[in-house]
Design a protein around this ligand. Structure first.
Ligand code: XLS
Ligand code: CA
Ligand code: CA
Length: 438
């Protein structure tokens, strides 16, 4: 049964189109730098925002109706969400989805019944996947909403809560593998603390690593060949979150020997909450071989929290796609972990949010490719470090063939170096603007 009857398949109509239910830039088969747009941009629908969240905030209840004709909290509703989700993805040409365990079924009193429901719904999802060719990008377990996780999951002070979290991870991995998911995410929303007065930070971090190691061992034992991901976020809901940013998560993964099985899922809004640009966290991940997947959204610089907006900032999307192209693409994809603003509560708004996000990233891809093909930025960066390639002492430094003593003698002879050369930031920003708007 169709749910979005008023909406037909979203087509590419070009930048001049005034049709709000058409793509202006996302042209799935257009080839950019030798690859189709849809291959550069494996977009995914986030089950939780799109099919579950109705706009509730701290001050008010839902504005959007996400019942899809069924009674909320029942398995009929869970199935209606599957129907709605697949129709939605098909109409937008989105080929992947991401889910938490509790997004796809209502949680029961005990885990045994929740797991039975997960088996039932995943059978239903699997049939839809086979019918449509739509795939699973990643799965995860929600270990932050239920009150039992108020002190974290892997980092909980309670061994029973740890055990329950482990059971959820096990089942979420089963379902992810059953649905052929490419990745499995750990977002440690409550893996952190409020005050050191009640917290053993070292112990908590060791326990998180224990949970992750068990997940890797179990996942590999049931044939999961994809990547595990940590999704860094510095704060919210906790004051201090252990996976603060890409650099912190990479250090953690290396410390506990998890770096071969894990990569990072970088969310734009989380990077900016950590005081970085989105592209900074992408670069840090990429240079460490850990850029896995992206949660494509954006925050609001005037608000200090995680607003999960649909991305519309073309400049940032361009910088993101520049990083992704330079890194040779993603093994994961672009999950729209984004929601409509609360006053945007209609079905059209749901589609227009995704159209906005997909067009923004398509435009970012087009412009990033132009920056790379233009070559001036790359050329400038290469020139900026030329002294390490072109001078004797520079070559010795990078080949590790010198010492402090030799460098000190060299400096003494030199007296003082010239200034290092202009960084030409404004010049480079002009180049980017001329490519974006020229
Ligand atoms: C919340 C996170 C969450 C993860 C998945 O801020 O973005 O939605 O992506 O648990
Ligand atoms: Ca996210
Ligand atoms: Ca977020």
């Amino acid at each position: 049964m169709a749910i979005f009857n008023s909406i037909s398949k979203i087509q590419y109509e070009g930048a001049k189109s005034r049709n709000s239910l058409a793509f202006k830039y996302y042209d799935a088969d257009r080839v950019i730098m030798g690859k189709k747009m849809k291959e550069h941009l494996p977009f995914a629908m986030a089950w939780w925002h799109n099919l579950c969240a109705g706009g509730t905030d701290m001050f008010g209840r839902n504005t959007a109706d996400k019942s899809f004709g069924a009674e909320v909290g029942t398995m009929e509703h869970a199935k209606a969400k599957v129907d709605a989700g697949f129709e939605f993805m098909q109409k937008l040409g989105i080929e992947y989805f991401c889910f938490h365990d509790v997004d796809i079924v209502p949680e029961a009193e005990g885990i045994k019944e929740t797991n039975r429901r997960l088996d039932e719904i995943s059978d239903y999802i699997l049939v839809k996947m086979q019918e449509t060719g739509i795939k699973c990008l990643w799965g995860t377990a929600n270990m932050f909403s239920n009150p039992r996780f108020c002190n974290g999951a892997g980092s909980s002070n309670s061994a029973d809560v740890f055990a329950f979290a482990a059971a959820q991870v096990k089942k979420a991995l089963d379902i992810t593998v059953k649905l052929g998911g490419k990745g499995y995410v750990f977002w440690g929303g409550r893996e952190g603390y409020e005050t050191l007065l009640n917290t053993d930070v070292k112990f908590e971090q060791e326990n998180i690593a224990r949970l992750m190691k068990m997940a890797v061992a179990y996942g590999r034992s049931i044939g999961f060949t994809g990547d595990f991901y940590i999704e860094p976020k510095p704060k919210e809901p906790m004051k201090h979150q252990y996976d603060f940013d890409a650099a912190t998560a990479i250090g953690f993964l290396r410390q506990y020997g998890l770096d071969k099985d894990f990569k990072l899922n970088i969310e734009a809004n989380h990077a900016t909450l950590a005081g970085h640009t989105f592209e900074h966290d992408l670069r840090i991940s990429a240079i460490n071989g850990m850029l896995g997947s992206i949660d494509a959204n954006q925050g609001d610089y005037l608000l200090g929290w995680d607003t999960d907006e649909f991305p519309f900032d073309v400049y940032t999307a361009t910088m993101c796609m520049y990083e992704v192209l330079k890194a040779g693409g993603l093994t994961g994809g672009f999950n729209f972990d984004a929601k409509n603003r609360r006053p945007s509560y209609t079905v059209e708004d749901m589609f227009e949010g995704y159209i906005l996000g997909m067009d923004t990233f398509a435009l970012g891809l087009i412009k990033a490719a132009e920056i790379i093909e233009d070559g001036r930025i790359d050329e400038f960066i290469a020139k900026r470090y030329a002294s390490y390639r072109e001078t004797e002492m520079g070559k010795k430094i990078v080949s590790n063939e010198t010492s402090l003593e030799e460098l000190a003698a060299y400096a003494e002879k030199m007296g003082a170096p010239e200034l290092p050369g202009s960084g030409k930031q404004e010049n480079l920003q002009n180049i980017v603007n001329s490519i974006l708007f020229g």
